[in-house]
Design a protein around this ligand. Structure first.
Ligand code: AMP
Ligand code: FES
Ligand code: ZN
Length: 305
């Protein structure tokens, strides 16, 4: 397999782009594509400080690396959720983030928030006490992560929170929301979520990449990351949608990309429109001051009641 650009040995084939590239050309392509996405969606500029939410996985560490290489002012935040389940999952993820920081001196700075130490309970403990062992760990965890990321972003005064969501993540959620006609979620599913009433701006610079491309980037760049997925995510609905979409992609390369990017274009051009009814109204939580739709106390504060 020959590199489309230089004729050297290609290491990755991207059928949806009709492109196969060698290591060096792939890194250049990935970097330029990230830059293009950041500019096209007006995510941030080189003078805007950005907070990269890093999980220790391939996407978020790859994202942090490419942003630093592009000269962005990107600091990291890792939320230690206390997930062990015999795998020391959170501890090992933190180690990956720390190794990344050591490898990226002097630019990379990491903030660590330890849920168990700073708030008194870990995700598994919360899941046991709050959901009576019915396992909703992932939903709880999403809520906790969003709250803490927003708090840190506001404290640090950054222009945006950047997450490592890739196209596979986004398209799986799009499919799920479409199958259930979750119009409120569809209205808000976007590469950029503007700041609103104390909710920090959120951006996803990797939305144009398939998962295997972010994995390839991170591997080729020599960044060690945690291969396991969270033990609570096994068999999740999102993973099932990903499998179905990959099956479709195998038969028609570009299906995933089309589904997602055409959705964004249709909404952008007004061919799909969502009304006022889908707008969320936010007000500050009485205890923590963070925005909530839930009235008096936000869902995060209610967790600790
Ligand atoms: P997930 O919700 O696990 O699919 O992760 C989506 C994105 O959220 C990742 O790409 C990261 O940017 C961010 N993220 C996930 N877990 C953590 C964590 N423990 N600490 C900080 N950011 C995280
Ligand atoms: Fe939060 Fe799995 S990462 S439950
Ligand atoms: Zn609150």
């Amino acid at each position: 397999m020959k590199c489309t650009r230089c004729g050297g040995v290609a290491v990755i084939q991207m059928r949806q782009h009709r492109l196969q590239l060698c290591e060096q050309d792939f890194i250049e392509w990935f970097t330029a594509m990230t830059r293009r996405t950041v500019d096209e969606f007006r995510m941030f500029t080189v003078t805007d400080p950005v907070l990269v939410a890093v999980s220790g996985g391939k996407d978020s560490l790859g994202l942090w690396d490419v942003l630093l290489r592009l000269g962005y002012e990107a600091e990291g935040v890792y939320i230690h959720l206390g997930i062990d389940e015999g795998l020391a999952y959170s501890d090992r993820s933190l180690e990956m983030c720390r190794a990344f920081v050591a490898q990226h001196q002097p630019q990379a700075r990491l903030h660590v928030v330890d849920l168990g130490q700073q708030y008194g309970q870990t995700i598994p403990q919360l899941a046991r006490t709050k959901t009576r062992g019915r396992g909703k760990a992932c939903a709880l965890c999403g809520l906790v992560k969003r709250h803490i990321m927003n708090r840190v972003a506001r404290e640090r005064g950054v222009a945006a929170i950047a997450t490592g969501h890739n196209l596979d993540d986004e398209v799986a959620v799009l499919m799920q929301n479409t199958l259930h006609w979750q119009t409120g979620y569809l209205a808000r599913q976007a590469p950029v979520l503007e700041e609103q009433d104390g909710l920090a701006r959120k951006v996803k610079p990797l939305v144009r990449f398939y998962e295997r491309e972010t994995a390839a980037y991170t591997l080729i760049r020599g960044i060690d990351y945690i291969y396991d997925e969270c033990p609570f995510a096994r068999g999740s609905t999102t993973n099932r949608y990903k499998e179905v979409l990959n099956e479709l992609e195998r038969h028609s390369p570009g299906t995933k990309q089309q589904f997602y990017l055409q959705f964004l274009r249709a909404r952008e051009s007004g061919r799909i429109a969502f009304g006022e009814a889908e707008r969320v109204r936010l007000q500050p939580c009485r205890r923590c001051g963070q925005p909530t739709t839930a009235g008096d106390l936000c869902a995060f504060c209610r967790l600790w009641e």
